[in-house]
Design a protein around this ligand. Structure first.
Ligand code: FE2
Ligand code: FE2
Length: 450
């Protein structure tokens, strides 16, 4: 080829995206591109469900937090990939079809992890490094100008994948405390890698001629999730409901400090919402992808609210697991309710948070009157998030009930049923009073800081 000198007047050409040389590559055809994007979408969509299936039953608080974040990222990535596929002249889009039975086999094993270690190994030691490798290859090989919208999308996904992987690697090394655990992690990784190689990698183009398929854990039936929420052993007395924090924060006879602490504790206790939403998302099938994006975002917000409570308590010098973090809500809803009714109850609660004088605005006003600036910020964003959640509930529930009035008319019955289902969990604790001790610890810490 003749080397041509172009006069670009010193200004970077080609919108700064690439140089002429790198733009010369043939790259992927639209068909190949769509084929790969469908594979990424399938893997991410299924990993999203793996997170939802395991969030409640996974005991470690920090893992629940990261799962909540990562499942929302997966939902967002799928939404972006789906949009890009729809732009590329390839109907039918087949975005909810299984692109390759061999990938399904792999993911059917990943979801059957027996504990947190296996689960993390599957996601962060097998699936994510492979996705990252596929994305990097895609970015290197596709034509940067012809396929720029895909390039942009994959760059953003890659950045978030690497962030997720960094967390996952650190969490796995924290969970491996002895040789037995190390051996289990290795053997599960080997098991899954067998399935991955058999599939020819996530892109499906690696040589798999010599791959031998290990014996499957999956038995051909659909995976059934374990809905019982678990907390790790740092948490004690998980059914203690003795602290009436919903009343304490409203009680003008208590100090603003104490009422604000009650609000922070209310935030901390919100971990039960991700525990109760994840099964709703997992069990609700065949909704438009937007449903999963909205619900995942709400789940992530609720985990953030719990972490804001965790941070608020950190500021008070109290570890978040030192006092009871009540589990009765997610336990009763997960065990005794179908997803639609559990969602209706969630929406009813969030509707109840909207009135100015008793709801989120009031919580924010109490926090702003206290000296705790952080609590005011926490309540400010919590309020904004809850307005969004009430809208999400309305958007997806009303059509499922066949109208707003019909949905509302079911609330009373469901709330009563929920109340009754919680009674049995009261007996799982001696209901010893602990709030006073907690507030004393907060006050002592304050005195030490003065
Ligand atoms: Fe919340
Ligand atoms: Fe909410």
């Amino acid at each position: 080829m003749v080397k041509v000198i172009i006069d670009n007047r010193g200004i970077p050409p080609l919108a700064g995206i690439c140089n002429y040389e790198s733009a010369l590559k043939e790259g992927y055809s639209v068909e190949r591109n769509v084929d790969l994007l469908r594979r990424y979408n399938y893997v991410k969509k299924t990993v999203h469900q793996v997170y939802n299936a395991h969030l409640a039953r996974t005991p470690e608080w920090e893992v629940k937090c990261a799962f909540s974040y990562h499942l929302w990222l997966e939902a967002e990535h799928c939404a972006a990939i789906r949009k890009r596929v729809s732009e590329m002249r390839e109907p039918p889009l087949k975005l909810d079809a299984i692109p390759d039975e061999k990938l399904k086999r792999l993911l059917d094993e990943v979801i059957r992890a027996e504990d947190t270690l296996e689960l993390l190994v599957g996601i962060y030691q097998v699936i994510k490094p492979e996705i990252i490798q596929s994305l990097k290859k895609h970015l290197a090989e596709t034509n940067p100008m012809a396929d720029q919208p895909t390039l942009r999308l994959l760059k953003i996904i890659l950045m978030e994948e690497e962030e997720m992987l960094t967390w996952g690697k650190a969490a796995i090394s924290a969970l491996i405390q002895n040789e037995v655990q190390e051996e289990r992690a290795k053997s599960w990784e080997k098991h899954l890698t067998g399935f991955l190689q058999f599939a020819g990698g996530i892109s499906g183009d690696s040589n798999n001629e010599t791959a031998v398929l290990p014996e499957q854990r999956a038995d051909g039936k659909e995976y059934e999730m374990d809905v019982v929420p678990q907390r790790d052993e740092r948490f004690k007395d998980n059914f203690n409901q003795s602290a009436l924090i919903d009343e304490y924060f409203q009680d003008p006879s208590r100090s603003l400090d104490e009422r604000t602490c009650a609000l922070l504790y209310k935030r901390l206790r919100e971990m039960d919402v991700p525990e109760w939403m994840a099964p709703i998302i997992f069990k609700t099938k065949e909704q438009p992808w937007e449903y999963y994006v909205d619900m995942s975002r709400q789940l992530w917000d609720e985990a953030r609210h719990a972490m804001l409570g965790e941070i608020g308590l950190y500021q008070e010098g109290v570890p978040f697991y030192n006092y009871p973090v009540d589990l009765k809500s997610s336990m009763s809803l997960n065990v005794h309710f179908e997803p639609l009714e559990a969602h209706l109850i969630l929406w009813a609660i969030e509707q109840g948070l909207m009135p100015k004088k008793t709801g989120k605005q009031w919580e924010w006003e109490i926090a702003t009157q206290s000296e705790n600036k952080l609590a005011a910020t926490i309540q400010d964003y919590d309020w904004a998030d809850e307005v969004l959640h009430a809208q999400i509930g309305r958007k997806w529930l009303v059509p499922q009930f066949g109208g707003l009035e019909k949905a509302k008319s079911e609330i009373g019955h469901s709330m009563r049923k929920w109340g009754e289902s919680q009674i049995q969990y009261r007996d799982m604790s001696k209901q010893e009073e602990w709030w006073t001790k907690f507030m004393e610890e907060v006050q002592q810490n304050k005195a030490l800081n003065r």
